[in-house]
Design a protein around this ligand. Structure first.
Ligand SMILES: C[S@@+](CC[C@H](N)C(=O)[O-])C[C@H]1O[C@@H](n2cnc3c(N)ncnc32)[C@H](O)[C@@H]1O
Length: 250
């Protein structure tokens, strides 16, 4: 049943994108043929298009380059056309040299002014009780949107999570990060542990999650268990330090 719902939602999402950006859907087809990319779900792409149109981020970080880059770029190009003051840019990070070379070769020239593809081999990222992987070499920009679709988060110790979202919180001046995660349940689980479920939901039939998160420093040296954890009447423990954060800006 889950797979049927997911398939239908993907068809609807693709139709919605095709209606808005017919050229982008053709570009994705061409790109997939040339690069052999695993691609991103249409559901995830549609969630991203909607968020980008709503919040008009000046800097977008894409974690995991590929056909998705073309849909993000088409959205930014559209916004630039209708809002002359908007000058959105995309930094697209790729952790594997082979896929980086392929992406550089296959990115349509019309997006050269919007997208910069950066090679950043994955590196470990430790954050409070969590361990994950980030792309190295992320240019320090004021990101306010992220599409999480990389890097690989499995290693000899098992699964970790994709941590670029928290890496960019170290330097972006934006107080809120909007974003979407394609699959990557462990990454969404970490977000839920820190912010609570109200900030991000992961539906089984969607295999994706959309969020808007106030910037935090999850590595604060003052964090401690008596003060920042709460015991619930049913005996469960919740890490509550960042649960009360509100979205106050952009
Ligand atoms: C899910 S893929 C990213 C897909 C990308 N967002 C897209 O829409 O095409 C995650 C990572 O897998 C790697 N990758 C890309 N294409 C691949 C392929 N055909 N086979 C294996 N790994 C691939 C790359 O490192 C990529 O960043």
């Amino acid at each position: 049943m889950r797979k049927v719902i997911q398939k239908v939602l993907n068809i609807l999402a693709k139709k919605s994108i095709e209606k808005e950006f017919p050229e982008a859907v053709q570009d994705v087809r061409d790109y997939a043929k040339k690069s052999g990319t695993t691609g991103t779900q249409w559901i995830t792409l549609w969630m991203s298009v909607r968020k980008i149109k709503k919040y008009k981020p000046a800097w977008i970080l894409e974690s995991g380059t590929g056909s998705s880059t073309l849909v993000l770029a088409a959205t930014v190009a559209h916004l630039r056309k209708i809002h002359p003051n908007y000058d959105g840019k995309i930094i697209s990070m790729e952790s594997m040299e082979e896929w980086y070379e392929s992406a550089i070769k296959n990115l349509p020239e019309k997006y050269n002014d919007i997208v910069e593809i950066v090679y950043g081999p994955r590196e470990k990222y430790e954050m409070s009780m969590f361990r994950g992987y980030i792309h190295s070499n992320i240019p320090q920009k004021d990101y306010s949107f992220i599409l999480i679709d990389g890097p690989a988060f499995q290693d000899e110790q098992g699964i970790s999570f994709c941590a670029d979202l928290f890496k960019i919180m170290e330097f972006t001046k934006s107080n809120v990060i909007h974003g979407v995660s394609d699959g990557r349940a462990s990454s969404v689980w970490v977000i839920q542990q820190i912010y609570g479920k109200k900030f991000v939901r992961y539906w089984h039939s969607v295999f994706a999650a959309s969020f808007s998160l106030p910037k935090i420093n999850a590595m604060e040296a003052t964090l401690n268990t008596p003060k920042h954890f709460q015991t619930m009447p049913n005996g469960s423990l919740e890490f509550i330090k960042f649960r009360k954060n509100k979205i106050s800006d952009n």
